[in-house]
Design a protein around this ligand. Structure first.
Ligand SMILES: [Zn+2]
Length: 357
């Protein structure tokens, strides 16, 4: 059987919109809500939220009459995360500017001069940008290039009239307020360039897979739970929220592209081992067989500085077979880039697993 066609325009449109929804870890609710709203149009899905705020979508196999039925096989789950790197206000400086505490591992040089939104606890947002504290070339000369790009020297300059701590506090800004970096999304020539393709690309893969199957009246071979995680970037997103009867879990998350890596932007990748150790041999082989059968282009790879949400579930005591697949993302946790070929390969792999897994 051949796989249903992926609606490219739908995929790209949904992904671009999701990338533009701010969702640093701890402040990811707007993205959870956005995905929830999108999935609510697929009436066969049962949507719910965990107490921690993750979104769960349950899809049961349908019988010939369109009624849903429980399959004899135990359910499976897929997880992908909408939370991203970001920051919170750590300190309001005497000049009115903000020092930040990073959420996850954003690299300072990659966001130098980037636009930000500061979200106050009262629900207002204030515009600004990230600069080194020796930014003016006419004031600091060559010192600007020598200044370390670190927590102490990077600051937010607000686009509001403040030159003192008192004036900044009067804007409604407080310690702990969320700071979101602009994603800067561009789609050119099959490439999607943006921050936070990790892991919004894979959330879009899952949503596009659901749409493709729905459009052709298909349903999964066994009950599946989609777990849209909101705390992955800090290491414990899927530690909770995967039902205990789930037999197999697939983390759908970016593949590492760069020097020494096998992954690239034009293929999907099956990760055999990462910083948390090896994945499940049997489930890996099942995914390899599906890819082979459906001509899905993929690589296998090993990631060094990487841990997945599936491993968070394993560490929390989850008793499942676990695998990790995803599209190659260049320059991860920096200014990222993906290609539609690698993204399609991942969507197709998800569809093949849902139909035949
Ligand atoms: Zn990720």
């Amino acid at each position: 059987m051949s796989l249903p066609v992926i609606d490219q325009d739908y995929f790209v449109d949904f992904l671009v919109k999701l990338l533009n929804v701010t969702s640093p870890t701890g402040f990811a609710d707007p993205a959870i809500e956005f995905v929830e709203k999108e999935l609510s149009q697929y009436k066969q899905l049962q949507l719910s939220r965990t107490r921690k705020g993750a979104l769960i979508a349950k899809w049961s196999p349908s019988t010939g009459s369109g009624r849903s039925a429980e399959s004899d096989l135990p359910p499976v789950a897929l997880t992908a995360h909408v939370d991203t790197l970001g920051a919170v206000v750590k300190e309001i400086k005497s000049n009115g500017r903000l020092k930040l505490s990073r959420i996850g591992g954003i690299q300072w040089p990659s966001v130098e001069t980037e636009g930000v939104w500061v979200f106050t606890s009262k629900g207002e947002k204030i515009r600004g940008s990230v600069l080194i504290d020796t930014a003016s070339g006419h004031v600091h000369g060559v010192d600007g290039s020598r200044t370390p790009r670190d927590d102490d020297h990077m600051e937010v300059r607000l686009d509001a009239r403040t030159i003192s701590e008192v004036e900044t506090r009067a804007l409604g800004i407080n310690i702990g307020d969320c700071v979101a970096f602009d994603p800067r999304v561009e789609v050119t020539n099959g490439f999607i360039r943006s921050r936070f393709l990790d892991d919004k690309a894979c959330v879009a893969n899952i949503v596009a897979a659901i749409k493709s199957m729905t459009d052709e009246g298909l349903s999964p071979a066994r009950t599946v739970y989609f777990h849209i995680s909101n705390y992955e970037e800090v290491g414990h997103g899927a530690a909770a929220g995967i039902p205990s009867d789930v037999a197999e879990l697939i983390s759908v998350d970016m593949a590492v592209v760069g020097k020494g890596q096998e992954s690239d932007e034009f293929n999907a990748t099956l990760c055999i081992k990462d910083g948390g150790g090896p994945y499940h041999f049997g489930l890996n082989n099942k995914l390899r067989a599906l890819a082979g059968k459906h001509n899905i282009p993929y690589k296998t790879d090993v990631y060094v500085f990487y841990g997945s949400d599936g491993e968070a579930f394993w560490r929390a005591g989850g008793d499942v077979a676990l695998a990790l697949i995803g599209p190659g993302i260049d320059a991860s946790h920096n200014y990222e880039r993906a290609h539609i070929d690698g993204l399609n390969a991942t969507t197709n792999w998800i569809i093949a697993y849902l139909l035949e897994g």
